[in-house]
Write a protein that binds this ligand. Sequence first.
Ligand code: OFO
Length: 162
Amino acid sequence: MISEKMQKALNDQIQAEMFSSYLYLSMSACFNSVNMDGMAQWMKVQSREENGHAMKIYSYLIERGGKVELQAIEKPQTTWATPLDAFKDAYKHELYITGRINDLVKLAYDEGDIATLTFLQWFVTEQVEEEANASKIVAMLEMIGESKNGLFMMDHNLGKRE
Ligand code: OFO
């Protein structure tokens, strides 16, 4: 059985992951609106992954005899001036999520909740990848600068994500 405090924290994380999914879908729609369909595809896949993160916690809570309580999801930003701005925000958001995961790990540790501690290891590893992916794209976009050719190539490459 999971503690009330841990249950509340995991429910809050489901909301945060759902918001991540919503935010990236909003970025995807923004990219589509300016015909950057490759970047839109990348963000759509990312949005789906975030939904998967939320569902992983959802299933875990149920498995531990906890109660899932879904919460309202805030409206995300809808426009970004440039692809660089959007990916910078995505990177910033991932840093925020990493902080949240670390807090969950600390809570599980303090509570001596070994099962949740073990469960959260997957998220710790995942965040390393999520941060690396976003920051690499930011670095590449910074390198490309105003180059239309560079942006075109980048859009094409990011569109290969499945
Ligand atoms: Fe982007 O890792 Fe979940 O939120």
